[in-house]
Design a protein around this ligand. Structure first.
Ligand SMILES: Nc1ncnc2c1ncn2[C@@H]1O[C@H](COP(=O)(O)OP(=O)(O)O)[C@@H](O)[C@H]1O
Ligand SMILES: [Mg+2]
Length: 228
């Protein structure tokens, strides 16, 4: 049997380990979805995981792709329930072969590379890519079937507060397409937009009341952003 017949996928690591693009080459499934900044692919052989690809060199939006990649690299192993479980994450320089594979898998999944390749990834050879494999969240936005809207908003606010307390990072852009819920009802912020000026949080002496005021801010933001 030659190597092409071997359909065995490399095992998913059970903790964050150093990987390279080659691992993702094997894992990369077909196109799943995209936002304004990243393209999401399925993971071959693992229906409960997704792979997100972003171009870290895009500088509009404050270099957000770079910040989010760094945020996940720094915090994936801190046991934070409010971010998706990250199985593997890598930064690497894009090359023709990589770009082509991203294109092929996007088109196999029915996406227009004309659209997402140029408008979302805007890839040129040599750009730095951020690529990670993460837990797939079954309910996007405020859609968990067994929770009230009020309770969902409360849980997303609590998740955001937990993230801020454990990472010192303040989040923005807490809109329904950037968070969701696991089956067990826990909230997950899978697109954590990093906000740079945490002054009001880190300089408050009494961390208890800082936490409370941060929670209230998040709660109001989430409620406002979820209005139809
Ligand atoms: N971990 C995830 N689980 C389930 N769906 C996801 C996940 N990450 C992204 N998605 C889907 O892909 C869409 C775009 O993802 P997002 O991370 O917000 O991309 P962008 O950075 O471009 O805004 C989300 O609105 C959601 O529908
Ligand atoms: Mg988003």
């Amino acid at each position: 049997m030659d190597a092409d017949d071997d359909r065995t996928m490399p095992p998913i690591p059970d903790s964050e380990i150093a990987v390279n693009w080659g691992d993702f080459w094997d894992w990369l499934g077909v196109y799943y979805s995209h936002g304004e900044h990243g393209v999401i692919y399925q993971t071959q052989g693992y229906p409960d995981y997704l792979i997100k690809v972003v171009n870290c060199d895009i500088t509009d939006d404050d270099g957000m792709n770079d910040k989010i990649t760094e945020f996940f690299m720094d915090n994936a192993d801190k046991g934070i329930s409010g971010i998706p479980k990250i199985m593997s994450i890598v930064r690497c320089e894009s090359e023709d072969g990589i770009n082509n594979q991203l294109k092929v898998k996007a088109e196999e999944g029915g996406a227009s590379w004309m659209e997402i390749g140029s408008q979302v990834l805007d890839l040129e050879v040599g750009d730095e890519l951020g690529i990670w494999m993460m837990e797939q969240v079954p309910y996007i936005g405020l859609t968990h079937p067994r929770l009230t809207r009020q309770e969902m908003i409360r849980r997303v606010a609590r998740a955001a507060t937990e993230i801020t307390v454990k990472t010192q990072v303040i989040l923005k852009d807490l809109r329904p397409p950037n968070y969701g819920f696991r089956n067990d009802g826990s909230a997950v912020i899978f697109d954590p937009h990093v906000f740079d000026s945490p002054l009001d949080f880190t300089t408050i002496y009494d961390s208890q009341s800082a936490e409370t005021s941060r929670y209230m801010n998040y709660w109001r933001t989430i409620k406002r952003n979820a209005k139809v």
